[in-house]
Design a protein around this ligand. Structure first.
Ligand SMILES: *[C@@H]1O[C@H](CO)[C@@H](O)[C@H](O)[C@H]1NC(C)=O
Ligand SMILES: *[C@@H]1O[C@H](CO)[C@@H](O)[C@H](O)[C@H]1NC(C)=O
Length: 552
């Protein structure tokens, strides 16, 4: 009885979906327009989408992942163009502790299956992108994740409905016109639109996404590369040995990740050009605001870089290109280039989201990302979450949220948030006697990977239980009092999330950390009770070295 009832519940949406996927086979065409319902819809079967699918599957939730390509991880089938990932694959640490080892594994997704660790997929420290594609394919297949491949979601809109969890359903329409109704929408589409800067002559540019990767095509050429990120340097590295010279032009100075501690800055593996430049070869780095530029083609077909305002004064098609002058008349861009290559990064694809979703771009520094709260929920529509690379606005240039080794933990935090909000599942935590609290905290400091990668974003929270049941006065306790009562005396294990079990306002740790005052931070991490020397002595041991203070 119980079994067949369950089968009916599970079978029905599955059946609808099957009919929906084959509208041509459906005897009655009207049926094709009945939206299939899913509680959770995930857009994109890249690393973030698959990571969320894993957690939804383990929790037994009703979900589907929509992927336009025939297999997972399609971004990695083409990018990076030169095929070498810059995420490290550290196979040996000398330690058997799986959690600790994840601190140094930048490619694996989280799962219970030790076979699904990236170390089994490549021996290379900087692995080939093809191995990532193979890994993601296995991750989806072995775990039996529900991915609808070859399904391009062309349009997403919002339908107000009182019965919906969030007051509205998300309606997704695929390339065949089939609609899907979703209670929660998890957008994991990454950044997929090449960033283009518009200026006179920008039509002459080769884009990173399509430029040749065969060094033979650059023999004896003068090359200008626009951009100063890893894709720009990766492109330069590939042709360094065959070109006459390479110039790189960007708005601001190159930032080296070994100086900034930000993994998205220029990594040593790509900095060959910098090396030769510093050693006085012909290669060079130039700085200018790209929006002021103009590129002019001379009669020999060579490209010259000049400034937009000079063109307006002169004759654009003339052979004599007006060039900027400086005091010493040694303007570096006097030479002509055979090619100009644009390597300016990527933007989020806003085009499929209807205005009703109010999904907007972030501010000046994060306009390539959709605007989200510290909980990764869209500021515009409740129930829409952004995961993965596209969620990096939360910690842009600070932490690792734009990269697999960071967002696998923020995806987990969003999932825990959803479990709490929609299914009443409290955030996982462990309870320790007060005498063992110090060692529990030290263990977390020494081992926890989520906190290590997502420093200044994710946090553990300790709630102390007094004999009389009184929680010490700190902001966490008072915030928690608005919603769910704190589970006193619990040490939440892996409570590394925006919000956490005990806080109604999801944005709590992010919020607190943003207006961080050392005192407040300490009280959140370790609410200190007066006259409790054990707790007070913990602070210098753990906090400044291994949490928020690192890398900021
Ligand atoms: C997706 O499309 C490809 C090529 O068009 C095809 O080979 C593959 O079988 C399709 N996959 C699914 C799951 O429909
Ligand atoms: C620009 O220069 C070209 C060739 O040098 C000439 O044919 C054309 O008339 C000039 N245009 C203007 C607006 O001066």
């Amino acid at each position: 009885m119980g079994l067949s009832a369950a089968a009916l519940l599970w079978g029905l949406p599955g059946l609808l979906l099957t009919i929906a996927l084959h509208p041509a086979l459906s005897p009655c065409p009207a049926q094709a327009s009945v939206p299939a319902h899913r509680d959770y819809c995930v857009l994109g079967a890249g690393p973030a989408g698959l990571q969320m699918a894993y957690f939804l599957q383990r929790a037994g939730r009703d979900y589907a992942v929509f992927e336009r390509a025939p297999r997972p991880g399609s971004f990695f089938t083409r990018y990076p163009r030169h095929r070498k990932l810059i995420s490290i694959n550290k196979r040996y640490t000398g330690k058997a502790n799986a959690e600790f080892n994840l601190r140094h594994d930048w490619n694996s997704l989280l799962s219970h299956d030790p076979r699904l660790l990236f170390r089994h997929y490549s021996n290379a420290y900087f692995p080939d992108a093809g191995d990532m594609v193979r890994y993601l394919g296995d991750f989806a297949d072995r775990l039996g994740l529900h991915v609808l491949y070859n399904t391009t979601i062309a349009h997403v809109t919002l339908n107000k409905d009182q019965r919906a969890w969030n007051g509205h359903y998300f309606i997704l329409t695929d390339q065949k016109g089939q609609a899907y109704q979703c209670s929660v929408l998890l957008v994991a589409t990454g950044l997929s639109v090449p960033n283009q800067v518009d200026f006179p002559g920008s039509e002459y540019l080769d884009g990173y996404e399509s430029v040749s990767v065969d060094p033979e095509d650059f023999v004896g050429q003068n090359v200008l590369i626009l951009g100063r990120g890893n894709s720009a340097f990766e492109t330069a590295e590939n042709i360094l040995g065959v070109t006459n010279f390479i110039h790189m032009l960007s708005r601001s100075r190159v930032r080296l990740s070994w100086a900034t501690h930000y993994v998205g800055d220029l990594r040593a593996i790509n900095n060959g050009l910098l090396d030769t430049y510093q050693l006085k070869s012909l290669d060079g780095l130039l700085e200018s605001d790209l929006t002021d530029l103009a590129i002019v083609k001379d009669l020999e077909g060579k490209f010259h870089v000049t400034l937009k305002f000079l063109l307006e004064e002169g004759n654009r098609s003339a052979d004599a290109v007006p060039l900027p002058q400086d005091d010493n008349d040694n303007f570096a861009l006097r030479v002509g280039y055979d090619r100009v290559i644009r390597c300016l990064g990527w933007n989020f694809d806003f085009s499929i989201f209807s205005k009703s979703l109010r999904l907007s771009a972030g501010g000046e520094l994060s306009k390539k990302y959709p605007l989200v709260k510290a909980s990764y929920e869209s500021k515009g529509s409740r129930g829409l979450f952004v995961l993965g690379t596209a969620s990096h606005s939360v910690d842009y240039r600070k932490s690792a949220g734009g990269f697999i080794h960071g967002f696998r933990y923020t995806v987990r935090a969003v999932h825990r948030l959803l479990e709490q909000r929609h299914h009443g599942v409290t955030w996982p935590s462990t309870k320790h006697p007060i005498t063992q609290l110090a060692s529990a905290i030290i263990r977390r400091v020494n081992e926890a990977s989520g906190l290590y990668q997502m420093f200044s974003v994710l946090a553990d929270v300790v709630l102390l239980e007094e004999a009389g049941g009184e929680v010490p006065p700190c902001r966490l306790a008072s915030a928690a009092a608005h919603g769910h009562p704190p589970h006193r005396g619990r040490f939440p294990d892996g409570l590394d999330g925006p919000g956490g079990a005990h806080s109604a306002p999801e944005a709590l740790p992010g919020e607190l950390l943003r207006h961080r005052s050392p005192e407040l931070l300490c009280r959140v991490l370790f609410p200190i009770r007066p006259n409790t020397p054990e707790a007070a002595t913990l602070l210098p041991a753990g906090v400044p070295e291994n949490t928020g203070a690192r890398g900021n």
